[in-house]
Ligand binder design. Structure first.
Ligand code: NAD
Length: 342
């Protein structure tokens, strides 16, 4: 089952909620987004609907058990029924979290999402993967639960800071490397906003083919295995960590052959990558290996599935042993140390 994806003006969101087939709407809103937009959106009074609002701690902080339990408690103690509809208003952290609430409540109620960051518009809101984090790693507790509707209003991006825009653009680097068409658009320097639709279409097509990630969908994890480990180790924004993950994969499994093209996309997308967090220091191999061993793509105690790219648009899967990765990290130690921003 696919989601309905619509591009719309912010002013129409209230109408979209009014049109839902339910009398009970459960809004989960990122705190920052709510302070910025609640007046303009005016979602708390909709004829014929009871609205409950749970304000979520902003960003990644929400994705833990305590918040999951607190949101479920809040809604369940207010007589939620099976036709209740959860609305996520916020970035990828909010949609990952809201989707989990929707997946668990009464064994699953419907949900829709209003992505408010670039990263959530091009990636996190699409595809029905929902999750919270655990102390052992990112997104280790989760489910597949498609949102019914994804309403994309790019005017939310007007209040997004540069760091978060760069993070979203980081996921566009991934798409540009996976799709020759998107790469061509990126290098012809089109505006970032105009790439949102292309990225959504690319992801939707893959998700439609392989919802539960048994095959082709795995390519969307390109750069993410190292990305998640780097994100955890250095507390970086998700999309920025993914770019470092992509650059590392290119060094380790492709002799750095795509480096120039990767840097070209980073530059054209105006990504503020900054210096690598390990510049002039040792790359934290032990800690990164600990995260990799706990990654969801681990297929045995010794093997992990990686996505490798030797050419734009030509992703391949590789089952690699942790020993091999550790050896490569040591073999390419000097190149990794020199990895820095443009
Ligand atoms: N489910 C998936 O398929 C998938 C894919 C990619 C990433 N993700 C997840 O997405 C999360 C990252 O999401 P994100 O990058 O969207 O960031 P985010 O949700 O963590 O939000 C980042 C910050 O931006 C603020 N913000 C959000 N919208 C804003 C706006 N319009 N104006 C001003 N500030 C705004 C938030 O308050 C927060 O402080 C990670 O947890 C990652 O694991 C999920």
């Amino acid at each position: 089952m696919n989601s309905t994806i619509e591009f719309c003006k912010m002013d129409f969101l209230k109408e979209k909620l009014r049109g839902l087939d339910t009398d009970l709407i459960l809004i989960i809103a990122d705190l920052n987004v709510w302070s910025l937009y609640s007046k303009k959106l005016s979602l708390l009074n909709i004829d014929g609907k009871k609205i409950l609002l749970w304000k979520a701690p902003d960003g990644e902080k929400v994705k833990d058990f305590e918040n999951l339990s607190s949101a479920l408690d809040f809604f369940l103690s207010r007589n939620v029924h099976r036709k209740a509809h959860v609305i996520s208003l916020g970035g990828g952290a909010t949609s990952d979290f809201s989707g989990m609430v929707a997946a668990l409540m009464l064994r699953g109620v419907k949900w829709s999402t209003i992505p408010t960051t670039l990263l959530s518009m091009v990636d996190a809101a699409i595809g029905g993967k929902v999750a919270i984090n655990s102390p052992q790693g990112k997104n280790l507790i989760g489910a597949f639960h498609h949102p019914e509707n994804i309403w994309v209003c790019d005017s939310f991006l007007e209040t997004l800071d540069e760091k978060e825009m760069s993070s979203g653009a980081g996921e566009i680097v991934k798409y540009a490397l996976l799709s020759q068409d998107i790469y061509n658009k990126v290098v012809s320097e089109v505006e970032v906003k105009s790439l949102i639709k292309d990225c959504i279409q690319f992801k939707e097509q893959i998700v439609t083919e392989d919802f539960k990630e048994n095959g082709i969908r795995k390519i969307l994890n390109f750069g993410h295995t190292f990305g998640h480990a780097i994100e955890k180790e250095y507390q970086l924004p998700h999309g920025i960590a993914v770019v470092w993950g992509i650059l590392l994969m290119d060094i380790l499994f492709n002799d750095g052959k795509l480096k120039t093209k990767i840097y070209q996309t980073i530059e054209n997308l105006k990504i503020e990558l900054g210096e690598s967090p390990w510049l002039n220091k040792e790359f934290p191999v032990t800690s990164i290996m600990t995260y990799l061993r706990k990654d969801k793509k681990t297929t045995s105690s010794e093997l992990i599935d990686l996505v490798v790219l030797n050419e734009i648009g030509k992703a391949e899967f590789l089952s690699v042993s942790f020993n091999e990765i550790e050896n490569k990290l040591s073999e390419y130690k000097e190149e990794i140390k020199k990895l820095c921003s443009i």
